[in-house]
Write a protein that binds this ligand. Structure first.
Ligand code: ARG
Length: 484
């Protein structure tokens, strides 16, 4: 029975009895004369949130039990009983029949206590050569592996939704902004594809973090390893881990793989938030660049005319929360001596919340892409502001042999003169242009077409339709989207 053998007030048989009969006894109660104060129980429990790890806890326990049986550390038939019992518990939890008990503190002890209830004394052999310290570290890594895979799917779905939107409007032009000021003409599709690139790097970051997640802590016990002939490699293999963690103290104390995931999530949230900001701006009356479907906007309880881009605002707002969880875990870890400390239990709620939040944001953004329509006329009008083509004129001069700085200066003076005349550059006559740009010719008067301006930026990474089409084809292939 002994979860913490050696220091019991009661003999083992009596303990087994009380353990089986009494609901409210913690598995480590042997060393204690008094149960923890109710306040302490409430303060220290984690079952209210770590229950979400149940499937991973059971998966790890099954692998551990199988290994214990194979190694002859526990009788084979008892290993089999344990495995059957654990599978039953999984069903009970999934069918909502499992009774989680706060007195049993966490998911590990809840499952173990139930196992002993179901299979009797054989259940007491499961924790052989194992501690909750290596157990929780293993559960978390199994969980994070799955979460990384789900995030990858969600990021890919969002990339696909962005690509679909871009492909629907391949020729749509709009002003590109720097400092939120008109800069140069770009394609709407080019703007959207910028986010496809960002989300691709987010996927790469997660895939890289996953490599470090996929190492097995189990089998190192509480801190120092075990005197029992555990076969850690067999457990790693069964659980699909690439390798073992090689230092027992590191294995139970490390949470940097959680920090990495939180950092990845923070970067994803930051990318979503920037996109959210674009959407809020585009949707404002001043810009009026896009329409968003009714199903992705909300109204005002007071102002009847309002239709607000709340989804984008919420995603922007939730980003702060995700950063907060990253900072919280870094702060929790920074003062911890090796190895396990109970502080580490605080690693979970923020991680879960960050994952839930980012996954939800990714899903809602992917869905929202289908409801966004560019207001083509408005974008086209805004992109026809000929000041956006000032750089085209400067580069034309460079092609005539003028040093760029000089060209920039001359065009700058011309722009200032236009402003003084309250004239757009395309309204200036050749004579007016020549006052500041002696080399100007008829050809310069042809530079003010926004479409020609985008088309001229025809090199890799540029916004020319040919380049953007190439990149869209690349993504279509890479994201395995079928041509329509
Ligand atoms: N609930 C604990 C945690 O999340 C599990 C490990 C407990 N270990 C211990 N020695 N109290 O960290």
């Amino acid at each position: 029975m002994a979860l913490w053998c050696g220091r019991f007030e009661l003999g083992p048989d009596a303990l087994v009895q009380s353990y089986l009969q009494e609901d409210n006894m913690a598995p480590w109660s042997g060393r204690f004369k008094q149960a923890p104060d109710a306040l302490v129980q409430a303060y220290s429990e984690s079952i209210s949130y770590d229950r979400r790890l149940y499937a991973y806890d059971i998966q790890g326990s099954i692998a551990h039990a199988r290994m214990l049986g194979k190694q002859g550390i526990i009788p084979q038939d008892e290993a089999n009983k344990i495995i059957t019992g654990l599978k039953q518990i999984k069903q009970e939890i999934e069918q909502g029949r499992f009774v989680f008990k706060t007195e049993l503190e966490d998911i590990h002890m809840n499952i173990e206590a139930r196992l002993t209830e179901i299979i009797g004394e054989a259940g007491a052999r499961l924790h052989t050569g194992r501690s909750r310290n290596d157990q929780i570290a293993t559960d978390e890594r199994l969980y994070l592996r799955d979460e990384c895979d789900q995030l990858d799917e969600l990021l890919q779905d969002l990339q696909k939704a962005l690509l679909t939107l871009a492909r629907r409007y391949p020729g749509q032009i709009m002003p590109g902004f720097t400092h939120l000021q008109h800069a140069q003409v770009v394609l709407f599709a080019h703007h959207l594809l910028a986010y496809v690139e960002m989300f691709q790097r987010d996927r790469e970051r997660l895939q890289d973090a996953r490599k470090r997640i996929n190492r097995l802590p189990l089998g190192v016990g509480a801190i120092a390893g075990s005197t029992l002939p555990l076969d850690r490699k067999a457990v790693a293999e069964e659980l699909g881990f690439d390798e073992l963690l090689h230092n027992s103290m590191d294995a139970v104390a490390d949470r940097d793989c959680l920090v990495e995931v939180l950092a990845c999530l923070s970067i994803i949230a930051m990318h979503i938030s920037r996109f959210a900001e674009d959407i809020v701006i585009w949707y404002s009356q001043e810009f009026a660049f896009i329409e968003i479907g009714d199903d992705f906007t909300t109204g005002s309880s007071l102002m009847p005319q309002k239709k607000n881009p709340d989804v984008a605002e919420l995603a922007r707002g939730k980003t702060g929360r995700v950063y907060g969880h990253l900072m919280a875990l870094l702060t929790t870890l920074k003062g911890l001596p090796l190895s396990y400390n109970r502080d580490l239990q605080e690693d979970k709620e923020g991680l879960f919340d960050a994952l839930d939040t980012v996954k939800h944001s990714l899903a809602v953004f992917a869905a929202m892409m289908g409801s966004i329509k560019p207001r083509g006329q408005r974008m086209q009008e805004a992109a026809s502001d000929s000041f956006l083509m000032a750089t085209d004129l400067a580069e034309w001069l460079v092609r005539q042999g003028l040093p760029f700085r000089e060209a920039h200066h001359q065009v700058g003076r011309f722009v200032a003169a236009c402003l003084a005349r309250e004239q757009a550059p395309h309204e200036a006559s050749l004579e007016q242009m020549k006052e500041d740009i002696p080399m100007a010719s008829q050809e310069c008067l042809q530079l003010w077409h926004p479409r020609a301006s985008v088309e001229a930026r025809d090199l890799p990474g540029g916004t020319a339709p040919a380049q953007v089409a190439k990149r869209m084809a690349y993504w279509q292939e890479k994201l395995q989207m079928h041509a329509d």
